[in-house]
Design a protein around this ligand. Structure first.
Ligand code: PMP
Length: 426
């Protein structure tokens, strides 16, 4: 059933390292050949062999309205007809910035970039520039893109490949990255005792790169308190959770406010976009107003801005979407848990808004090490068999899943029935 994809993968490997442009796509942790995608339509993906899959990946988060949403498609086509890029300001950028600012009371200004990696890299530079300090605190299993100083025990593809960091990153560039355990308050306190040079804590408040592992409220409170007491800034990386977990991302789910927030793919509805945002005082340090330099030829690309604008405006105009999506995510994970139990399998499940995760293990993991104790072989078999039945889940237990508005309860129930069959043979 994957013949054309197998050939396409072999061809791709001749000219593209590993045959893919982002490692996680290679299906290394679950084995097998990644289906090469022909098109997406609504809730479904179609591969070049003609297989159809219910898509729980949604381009890793951004497609809240599924594939080829008519409103977004129209805006993209209309904007593209006026030119693809100018490298000059457009009104669309101000409009999208306004949509974001309006939602967050800790944000006055937004700077757009073209990826999540760029957003985080720039936010860190800004934090260092504002505080005149050098160290950054990051947590094991949190992924913040592939910039040098953040490739230290990152999750996502990095976790899957078990690389604590990467060749090509000089130790000199990571020596200011202090690594702490997620959800471990004592560890974090010690870190602040050991260094008086901490510019910022960067955290995924709802980690989606070691599976779905939310930070506890107590842990986030401690992050906030330690930053305030030590003149450091708190950065929430909302590249995945922004406008996904709620209309104000993790900020709508937890009770802690960050100083700087990073956004990514979701605010571009699938187009390459990222952003970082903060108060006017902090953003005042950024070039051309301030001395902290940051730039990008394609930043604020008009086509990407147009897609994001339609998506965010639709979300704001239909706030009940979030409740519906949350209920669907719960329906899915509760259903999976039920059939797992029926088949004598221990499955831990979690949701935050339309983000979901499940782990083949006895106890809910609270950090990266605990996620590492889950049964990856079982996950791999489950993934492969579900794929054959037409259900496209993220290809690693270290990744979160996503529900879109075009996924119906009936589709979810079909998935649970298929999971029951698969689990009865695991
Ligand atoms: N931060 C987080 C939380 C992410 O999940 C990701 C990517 N999934 C990134 C940063 C990097 O974003 P990008 O892949 O767009 O560079």
């Amino acid at each position: 059933m994957f013949d054309k994809s197998i050939t396409a993968y072999e061809e791709a490997k001749k000219v593209i390292p590993g045959g893919v442009d982002s490692p996680v796509r290679a299906f290394k942790s679950v084995g097998g050949t990644p289906p090469f995608i022909q098109k997406g339509e609504g809730a479904y993906l179609y591969d070049i062999d003609g297989n159809k899959y219910l898509d729980f990946v949604q381009s890793w988060g951004p497609l809240i309205f599924g594939h080829c949403d008519k409103d977004i498609e129209q805006a993209v086509i209309a904007t593209a007809k006026n030119g693809l890029s100018f490298g000059a300001p457009t009104i669309l950028e101000t409009e999208l910035a306004n949509e974001i600012v309006e939602m967050y009371d800790n944000i006055d200004k937004v700077r757009f970039v073209s990826s999540g990696t760029e957003a985080v890299m720039s936010a860190i530079r800004l934090a260092r520039g504002v505080t005149s300090k050098n160290d950054i605190v990051k947590f094991e299993g949190c992924y913040h893109g592939h910039s040098d100083s953040l490739l230290v025990q990152a999750g996502s593809g990095m976790a899957t490949f078990g690389s604590p960091s990467s060749p090509g990153v000089p130790a000199d560039l990571t020596k200011h990255t202090l690594l702490c355990e997620y959800n471990n308050i004592e560890n974090l306190r010690k870190c602040f005792k050991d260094s008086s040079d901490i510019a910022c804590i960067i955290i995924e408040p709802i980690a989606g790169n070691m599976g779905l592992v939310p930070a506890t409220q107590e842990f986030l409170d401690e992050c906030r308190k330690l930053c305030d007491e030590n003149g450091a800034l708190l950065i929430f990386d909302e590249v995945m959770s922004g406008f996904r977990a709620s209309l104000t991302g993790a900020h709508g789910v937890v009770n802690t406010k960050a100083d700087i927030v990073t956004f990514g793919k979701v605010i571009g509805a699938g187009m390459p976009v990222g952003a970082f945002a903060s108060s006017k005082e902090i953003m005042g340090h950024l070039s051309p107003d301030g001395a902290v330099y940051q730039a990008g030829t394609l930043s604020g690309n008009p086509v990407a801005m147009a897609a994001g604008l339609v998506s965010l405006r639709k979300l704001k105009a239909n706030k009940e979407i979030y409740e519906t999506l949350s209920l669907k995510a719960l329906r899915l994970v509760n259903g999976l848990k039920e059939v797992a139990t029926k088949n004598g399998i221990n499955l831990q499940v979690n949701t935050r808004g339309s983000m979901f995760g499940f782990f083949f293990c006895d106890k809910e993991p609270k950090n990266f090490k605990e996620v590492g104790t889950c049964d990856f072989a079982k996950f791999g078999k489950f993934h492969n068999e579900m794929l054959k039945k037409g259900f496209y889940f993220a290809c690693s237990q270290y990744e979160a899943g996503f529900i879109s508005t075009v996924i119906t309860d009936e589709m979810i129930d079909e998935c649970i029935n298929a999971a029951n069959e698969v689990m009865s043979n695991l």
